[in-house]
Write a protein that binds this ligand. Structure first.
Ligand SMILES: O=C(O)CCC(=O)C(=O)O
Length: 269
């Protein structure tokens, strides 16, 4: 018998399974979003060693120097941890996994006007969740579209194996890896409103282009999760968190992945 779904319809779950991604609206209220805005506005004025190291006097030549992404804010900020474990998001994940989800990573991207994107890649290349897979919950804090560098997905690539990446174009991507989509498959922009959440599978090829606007940030709160039955993950993501806040340590995944054991440490992504 099918599991009872907590949050999704059968159609939504099937969409995720078939296409590798799903947009869910209304998981964050206006008040939740205002709290996230205020938290990351305050963080943006500080240096948090190892997590957020902006050049506060930046000359503007690279907007990402002033506004780099915040890595693992849940490790130093209670509000970030609370929203990484946001109950409606955890319920969608439980529907998708058919078991409890464990939170492995949080990030916040400011993506100011003019900043480079992140070349196409697959998340489980970095997280190395096994057995099972990671799922991302990508929450739009600003409306996201083609102009301001919203997320791109290559539908149905969730069924592909992980690839060993090529080198990305450093003029367009602030990360160094690039996974080429299969022939005739195109990256498709995901248009989102503030507060929408995009869930996607760890093998799905995705990324983003430059923010081409002059005045619109494209902020996103991005968290990655593992299925509770996973035994291994790359050590960068430990400890993981249950929804009740308890921490869980999985074994470090020793696998070199699709590039073999000689490949340079590949995280964070
Ligand atoms: O938000 C972006 O521009 C890219 C984020 C991403 O690809 C990821 O978190 O894996």
């Amino acid at each position: 018998m099918a599991n009872t779904l907590l949050k999704l319809t059968e159609e939504q779950k099937q969409h995720f399974e078939r296409e590798g991604y799903l947009i869910v609206k209304g998981l964050f209220s206006v008040d939740h979003l205002a709290e996230i805005d205020a938290t990351f506005e305050e963080i943006s004025m500080q240096v948090v060693p190892g997590h957020f190291e902006p050049d506060l006097q930046g000359d503007g030549s690279d907007p990402l120097k002033r506004y780099p992404r915040v890595m693992h804010p849940h490790r130093f900020n209670e509000t970030a941890r609370k929203y990484m474990l946001h109950q409606p998001v955890m319920e969608v994940l439980a529907d998708l996994y058919e078991e409890e989800a464990l939170a492995a990573q949080s990030m916040f991207y400011y993506k100011p006007p003019g900043s480079r994107g992140q070349a196409l890649h697959q998340d489980n290349f970095y997280l190395q969740v096994e057995p099972g897979n990671c799922i991302a919950a990508w929450t739009a804090i600003d409306a996201a579209d083609e102009e301001n560098g919203g997320l791109l997905v290559v539908p149905k690539t969730n069924t592909l194996d992980l690839s060993c990446p090529d080198l990305a174009d450093a003029k367009e991507s602030f990360t160094t890896h690039y996974v080429k989509p299969p022939k005739d498959e195109k990256a498709m922009p995901v248009v989102m409103e503030r507060g929408d959440v995009l869930f996607f599978n760890g093998n799905l090829i995705h990324g983003s282009y430059r923010n081409k606007t002059k005045d619109r940030f494209r902020r996103a709160f991005i968290c990655h999760y593992a299925n509770e039955s996973a035994t291994h993950i790359s050590h960068y993501y430990c400890p993981l968190y249950r929804q009740n806040g308890e921490t869980v340590d999985l074994e470090n995944n020793p696998s070199g992945g699709p590039c073999g054991n000689e490949f340079e440490a590949a995280y964070p992504h």
